[in-house]
Design a binder for this molecule. Structure first.
Ligand code: MN
Length: 387
């Protein structure tokens, strides 16, 4: 079985559509640059029919990063697919990602359509999408709560219609690892090597990452995820967590991604600086406390040998050396290095503003937290943008 796992990033689509996370086009471009640097395989940049901003974001990302594999979301309708195709016009590796709900509860209450109608809509949309681009992904929304027989039937039908990736989302975060592994295994067996099976898990029960991992065991080879795990409600599978599980526990999960992990912390920090919140302090991999040791016994062990209490080298995910305290005695060089670690690329003018504020502020402090430095950097960017 193929060992390569495709990382499909939906920070700019599913993530962006959740409360407190909206991004304008320049912000999406800044985040997209970081995602390209991080090495995500597919970058879902928006849902073009949903708004003019989403359309422009997909268009702008396609122009700015012509070699990135850019995806645009579309419902299974003619207008949606055409709008996505137009937005992707400048992309050299465009993907149309078309979706329709397949669970009985969604068919009955939301779509008011029969299974036959939904299957027909799905195949027509995939065929239309294939008339514009070679790379088409189909998603069976609420797949985890869909009758497995019907899910298998529609999966085979969309592949016959031209889909190359079939995504089975746990849209409402209801599934459990064992149950999801069985369902994904069934679809993988049904499709064989005719399509890549993808998963898209939500974290309503805190199982998005565990379910994604279970799906990989069953043969799924694309994971849809977001930086800091942002997304609808409780969020999506966290990109940094799934990637670092595969890297740290390669003995148990022998699959590879193309992610340059040393950019994970910078991507997390940049996203936090763009949207209205950052990860919780105890968030795995990228939280402020993820590599902090406070208890005496832990500190003692850590100082004698780092691996007594650390399973991941912070440098491998781009977390700056904690020992370097930035305060009033720090120079511009150290400040610049820290800002780069935090995901900022400031102009000389902006750096001067931050430097001046830090030296003033640090007079009364023992050292500045990364968040405080990031906040000053954001303010300097806004200040220069306003002038
Ligand atoms: Mn979703």
């Amino acid at each position: 079985m193929n060992n390569r796992v495709w990382i499909f990033d939906t920070t700019l689509r599913d993530g962006e559509q959740s409360p407190g996370c909206s991004m304008n086009v320049p912000e999406k471009l800044r985040m997209a640059a970081k995602l390209v640097e991080l090495g995500v395989d597919i970058l879902e940049a928006g849902f073009p029919i949903a708004s003019q901003g989403d359309f422009e974001a997909v268009d702008a990302v396609s122009r700015e990063f012509p070699w990135a594999q850019v995806a645009a979301l579309a419902r299974c309708t003619k207008l949606d697919v055409e709008r996505a195709a137009t937005a992707l016009n400048k992309a050299r590796r465009p993907r149309i990602h078309t979706f329709i709900a397949t669970s009985d509860i969604h068919l009955k209450y939301k779509l008011k359509k029969s299974r036959e109608q939904v299957l027909e809509d799905a195949c027509r949309a995939v065929e239309l999408a294939r008339s514009y681009v070679d790379d088409v992904e189909f998603s069976a929304e609420d797949g985890a709560r869909t009758d497995p027989d019907y899910l298998e039937q529609i999966s085979r039908a969309v592949v016959a219609a031209g889909a190359r990736t079939v995504n089975i989302p746990d849209t409402v975060g209801y599934s459990t690892p064992e149950e999801y592994q069985e369902l994904i295994g069934r679809i993988v067996n049904a499709l064989g090597d005719t399509a890549v099976v993808s998963v898209h898990c939500h974290d309503d029960l805190g199982l998005a990452v565990a379910n994604s991992l279970a799906a990989l065991k069953a043969g799924a080879r694309q994971i849809e995820c977001t930086v800091n795990g942002i997304g609808e409600r409780a969020g999506n599978c966290s990109l940094e967590e799934i990637v670092m599980i595969l890297k740290t526990r390669h003995d148990k999960y022998p699959w590879d991604t193309g992610i340059h992990t040393e950019h994970l912390y910078g991507a997390s920090q940049l996203l936090s600086s763009i949207i209205s919140f950052g990860p919780q302090p105890n968030k795995a991999i990228v939280g402020r406390n993820a590599f902090a040791h406070e208890a005496g016994i832990h500190q003692d062990g850590y100082l004698k040998e780092r691996t007594t209490y650390e399973i991941i080298d912070p440098k491998s995910v781009g977390v700056p050396e904690g020992k370097l305290v930035l305060g009033k005695h720090s120079g511009r060089h150290a400040l610049h290095a820290r800002l780069v670690d935090l995901g900022f690329d400031l102009t000389k003018e902006q750096l001067d503003i931050v430097y001046k504020e830090i030296t003033t502020l640090a007079d009364n402090k023992k050292g500045l937290m990364d968040e405080e430095i990031a906040e000053l950097a954001r303010r300097s960017q806004q200040a220069v943008a306003l002038t």
